[in-house]
Design a protein around this ligand. Sequence first.
Ligand SMILES: Cc1cc2nc3c(=O)[nH]c(=O)nc-3n(C[C@H](O)[C@H](O)[C@H](O)COP(=O)(O)OP(=O)(O)OC[C@H]3O[C@@H](n4cnc5c(N)ncnc54)[C@H](O)[C@@H]3O)c2cc1C
Length: 450
Amino acid sequence: MPSIAIIGGGVSGLTSALYIHKALPDCAITLYEEDNRLGGKIKSEKQSDFLFEHGPNGFMDSRQEMLDLCEDLELNDRMIKSNDASAERFILKNGKLKRLPKKPPHIFTSNFLPLHAKLRLMCEPFISKSGKEDETIYEFACRRLGKYMADNVLDPFTSGVFGSDCRKISIRSAFKVLRDMEQEHGSLFKAILTKMKNSPKKKQGKLSSFKDGMEELIIGLRKKLEDKISFKTGVKIEKVSESETGCEVSYSGSSELYDIVITACPAEPTGNILQSILGDLAGEVKNIPYTSISVVPQGFRSPKPDHINAFGYLIPTSENSKVLGTLFDSCVFNGRAPENTFSLRAMVGGGKDPDITKKTDEETLGLILAENRQTLGIEKQADLHKIIRWQKAIPRYELGHWKLIEKLEELTADKAIFVTGNAFYGVSMNDCVTASAKIAERVKNFLESK
Ligand SMILES: Cc1cc2nc3c(=O)[nH]c(=O)nc-3n(C[C@H](O)[C@H](O)[C@H](O)COP(=O)(O)OP(=O)(O)OC[C@H]3O[C@@H](n4cnc5c(N)ncnc54)[C@H](O)[C@@H]3O)c2cc1C
């Protein structure tokens, strides 16, 4: 009966445990988590009937693995879909909210783009594909779609997903799907048209969550795994080393031996833990940069103003704000705020202020109040709020990140060591779940080959 240690109890570690248990029910799995609670970045908190999310607020229902996972965890009747109003999204431009077209073709018929940007966009099918092995999202967007689209769509969108500046992030690692569209079809438009022709009825994904917030996923995973694996919470793993008898997992003066180890923690602890196995590469892993973000959920005990009836808005770098964007939380999902009240959630910092988490409560709330006042016309401070400071919120996949992953996979290919987590295979929860399913397959193949 092979023994397996999983290090990290976020969604990556927990789903790895579940998939491995399903693929190899006879394995003895132990999951180590440094914190006393499971979930990592996923945490939902109730404050006087307002539901505040510390990390992710939802996932797209377009990934089959995630949908199967929810079904397996018996969460289907706990799942909620975003309201129709949240199909409306805005971008701040010259201090005013501009409505984003709901579907790609509407970009030409709406007034979101000025004429020169529409004309530039129409050139996209005639631009030849890049021969470079990687470029930043900004370079890619400028080249294919024009500077206006890069500054006003890709820039805020990247901030919304990564909290980072698109001038620093690799298209190949962060939005591989766009690069693949270019490489395979020669143009994004041609790729979209082919996709529409091949699957005309395919619906766009909808943002989804659970009645009591994203943490229901973690509670569901824990419940499902409770009698199948061992949990060791409050245990910080310091080191994993290989010996002739297996992999030694060390923490606070003790160590335990396993046949296989899977790390599912952020980049820095991964590099530290695997130092003796990865050698020089451990330094590169540890140095994967992260953005710092403060998340500020706010509850207002007054009826929602009529104009706050959308998903929310994102702020491009050109607007010179430290706020990345504001989500109209209680419009997106029902049950996030009591009747006749509303809630917002601002994200501050990221590429716009790397030191954001060092700001005092007063300074942070000052930024939010000014932003709410200027853009939304909300004059008062929220009645309830929370400031969640994520010093290492989201990993930044910079140029060449893909090479690091290749080296990592090469170096660990014949070892009983597997690396996963959002620093490596995508930052969305969907990506984390897909990566866990792949890890389980790789572990199974590894054991079968022995
Ligand atoms: C503010 C914010 C908003 C987000 N919004 C969304 C969203 O709306 N939709 C979406 O899909 N994604 C979103 N994400 C991204 C998503 O939440 C994360 O990518 C995902 O939750 C990461 O899961 P993980 O398990 O890979 O890592 P983590 O959640 O970071 O878990 C890693 C775990 O490893 C543990 N650990 C670290 N070191 C050790 C050690 N030495 N020993 C033992 N344990 C250790 C940590 O304590 C932690 O619990 C958001 C992220 C943030 C921060």
